[in-house]
Design a protein around this ligand. Structure first.
Ligand code: PEP
Ligand code: MN
Length: 282
């Protein structure tokens, strides 16, 4: 088939215009993510910090309607002196939180040598913004079966992002979700990144892959997260990723952008109303 874009398997044309869904099985049941399904919310702390914090946060976000718990075990940090994540012991805590709540788990892989351990607990494996063009990692996550959440690179064009997805698809894994998490623009004083919401209709015209929006990294400020989460739903995202921490002021990473469980609950009420209005139940 002749496809006019540099990406082929990721293109909407390649599948005859039919949007794909990623179907994830979690202990609480099957959760599909895609254009023709209710909006799925992923929530949890930037990093897994302790058993109590991750289990309690999981219970709280579940009660508010999240279907997945997120939490970093291996953290990509700008500074080598910053908290790097608790690694393998954090994976164990995620599996306890999964057992306690039945939530699906999303966590990031930075090094292919950690993949097997991560796969034991993760239902979806995240490739973070900083690794979006780590082609050897993309090939490795493409040649295993767990769904991949592919975050947009910090300064990635849409073509570069879709070509990164193409690596995973070409390696044999059809289950890729694209996550917009903000891109770097010239003003970093008031927001950490610029959340590119126009990418939602653009992606819809180019690709069949499901879309997630992460307004937490996208804005870098908890106060701005609810507005942008709501806007993303109206613009047609299939899913949201929201950072939630029991005590943001004490967080080991990304506290400034993390919602408290109470603020997250308020946001979920708002998202429910908006998603009904746009005919996409949560
Ligand atoms: C994260 O999800 O905590 C993270 C580091 O995200 P990103 O790769 O988008 O910066
Ligand atoms: Mn984070």
């Amino acid at each position: 088939m002749l496809v006019e874009h540099p990406f082929k398997r990721a293109s909407l044309e390649y599948v005859g215009g039919k949007y794909s869904e990623v179907i994830i099985s979690t202990p609480n049941g099957i959760v599909p993510i895609g254009r023709n399904h209710p909006i799925v919310v992923v929530a949890g702390p930037c990093s897994v910090e302790s058993k109590t914090m991750i289990v309690e946060t999981a219970q709280q976000v579940k009660a508010s309607g999240a279907k997945f718990l997120r939490g970093g075990a291996y953290k990509p940090r700008t500074s080598p002196y910053a908290f790097q994540g608790y690694g393998e012991s954090a994976l164990e805590l995620l599996s306890i939180a999964k057992e306690e709540t039945g939530l699906g788990i999303i966590t990031e892989v930075m090094d292919a040598s950690d993949l097997d351990k991560i796969k034991e607990v993760a239902d979806v494996i995240q490739v973070g913004a900083r690794n979006m063009q780590n082609f050897s990692l993309l090939k490795k996550v493409g040649s295993q079966e767990k769904p991949i959440l592919l975050k947009r690179g910090i300064a990635a064009t849409i073509n570069e992002w879709l070509m990164a997805a193409e690596y995973i698809l070409a390696a044999g894994n059809p289950n890729v979700i694209l996550c917009e998490r903000g891109i770097r623009t010239f003003d970093t004083k008031y927001t950490r990144n610029t959340l590119d919401l126009s990418v939602i209709p653009v992606l819809r015209s180019l690709t069949h892959l499901p879309i997630m929006v992460d307004p937490s990294h996208g804005t870098g400020r908890a106060d701005y997260v609810p507005s942008m989460a709501a806007a993303a739903v109206v613009a047609g995202t299939d899913s949201l990723m929201i950072e939630v921490h029991p005590n943001p002021a004490k967080a080991l990473s990304d506290g400034i952008q993390s919602l408290t469980p109470v603020k997250f609950d308020n946001l979920m009420h708002k998202i429910l109303i908006i998603s009904q209005t746009v005919h996409r139940l949560v």
